[in-house]
Design a binder for this molecule. Structure first.
Ligand SMILES: Cc1ncc(COP(=O)(O)O)c(C=O)c1O
Ligand SMILES: [Zn+2]
Length: 421
């Protein structure tokens, strides 16, 4: 069942447009073309957008600084969602012998420590504008946390649908906000199917289903920030984690929009996709040179946040990777853990399993020569390691337990302490 189409047109949002047959629709909570079943996307009146680099200087450090390119109007969350740290990874450069590595860390995003706060900040606002009193999502964990939290900020009810066996920390970090958390005995794809059915029958805004065209635009802000934080230039390569395949397509859209408005010169960046070996429908298609992916029936990976076997934007993710000249890689669970440890030990960042996939994929791309050591790369970290601790539990050394005496302390290190005298 649909909500009303109360959300007013802003000066820049034009319509919803089918990505396939280009048919245009009014701004409504819908996501699929009624004629060809293609996905709908927000289209803007780009001609009218007047923006220069200088305009950004006076704006607050949050995702709303890109409002001309977002499908929102009126009041938005007064918090600093987005504009997360982007920094030069000097220790990694030295370790890998590479000339320029950048990391952007959405693991410290507000309010729930993943890039999903960007998409949900828009989706819940849109749901309210459209007259919904309840929001919901089908989630692999991070989206669940974000919807549960941001629904409280906006004062609407939240229904969270997840596979019942997600990481306990991610489940708790949804339940704490007082949301209805429903664990489904099935894979993410089954959760998603059920949610699509519920969204047809009840007036509930499923952020990643009936509000999806608006929601997914939030991911563009990750791309805008890469460009702006690097001084309106782009690296040679960006490595991006993929689950549903939306983020990577929206980073590309962001680069192209900035290029169109003269905020970037030419976009020559290669976008590379990262998926875990045990669930890599998009990456496998790229590696085999196919345009159509084959869904994965039984995902098996420690990177649960990326375990989407039938990615809704998979087809477009493959397209974007090809268009940009990028590639994809699929690290194993062992490589994911190793990658998480390297990031922690070299750069002091504890990323979640999805970050291990991304960094692990980068290491493979470097090894195979798809990325050269002389080029610049940005690693897109999108989640926080505190949420997926169990994956690492057996892979960190046990702590040293001693008596509260100086002798006990000296006993465990013996003569190694000489150097600190
Ligand atoms: C931490 C993290 N990174 C990346 C992704 C992938 O995003 P997308 O579904 O847009 O490909 C997800 C999706 O859940 C995620 O939780
Ligand atoms: Zn269509």
């Amino acid at each position: 069942m649909r909500g009303s189409s109360k959300g007013k047109n802003s000066s820049y949002i034009k319509c919803l447009k089918c990505r396939e047959c280009k048919r245009e629709y009014q701004l409504m909570p819908m996501h699929i073309c009624e004629v060809c079943f293609g996905p709908l996307e927000v289209d803007y009146d780009y001609e009218k957008i007047k923006i220069s680099k200088a305009n950004f200087r006076s704006r607050k450090p949050n995702m709303w600084r890109y409002r001309e390119f977002l499908p929102v109007e009126g009041e938005v969350l007064p918090y600093d969602v987005g504009f997360t740290p982007l920094f030069r990874a000097k220790n990694l450069e030295k370790y890998l012998g590479m000339s320029e590595i950048w990391i952007k860390n959405d693991g410290v995003n507000f309010p729930t420590l993943s890039f999903k706060d960007r998409v949900v900040a828009i989706a819940v606002k849109k749901a309210k504008d459209f007259g919904f009193n309840a929001v919901a999502c089908a989630s692999t964990g991070n989206l669940a946390n974000s919807v549960a939290s941001i629904a409280r900020i906006y004062g609407v009810k939240a229904f969270i649908f997840i596979p019942y066996d997600l990481e306990p920390t991610k489940v708790l970090a949804s339940s704490i906000y007082g949301a209805e958390v429903i664990g489904i005995k099935g894979s993410y794809d089954e959760v998603n199917r059920l949610c699509a059915e519920i969204s047809e029958k009840y007036k509930i805004a499923f952020v990643n289903i009936n509000i999806r065209p608006f929601y997914s635009e939030g991911s563009k802000t990750y791309g805008f920030e890469i460009a702006e934080q690097l001084g309106f230039r782009l690296p040679d390569h960006v490595v991006v984690p993929m689950a549903g395949g939306s983020l990577i397509t929206k980073i590309w859209k962001a680069f192209k929009e900035f290029e169109m408005k003269g905020l970037l010169k030419e976009v020559y960046t290669r976008l590379h996709g990262a998926q875990p070996e045990g669930c890599a429908p998009i990456a496998d298609a790229v590696k085999k040179g196919l345009t159509i992916f084959t869904p994965v029936k039984n995902p098996k990976t420690i990177a649960k946040s990326l375990a989407i076997g039938n990615p809704p934007d998979g087809y477009y993710a493959v397209k974007v990777i090809k268009e940009s000249g990028g590639y994809a890689e699929t690290p194993s669970d062992t490589e994911i853990i190793e990658a998480i440890k390297i990031l922690a030990e070299k750069e002091g960042i504890f990323t979640e399993t999805a970050g291990g996939v991304t960094f692990g994929a980068f290491l493979r791309l470097l090894e195979s020569g798809k990325i050269s050591k002389k080029e610049s790369v940005l690693i897109a970290l999108t989640g926080n390691g505190l949420k997926t601790q169990e994956a690492l539990a057996e892979h960190v050394p046990p702590i040293k337990v001693i008596h509260p005496t100086i002798e006990s302390f000296e006993d465990i290190y013996k003569d190694k302490l000489e150097q600190f005298k």
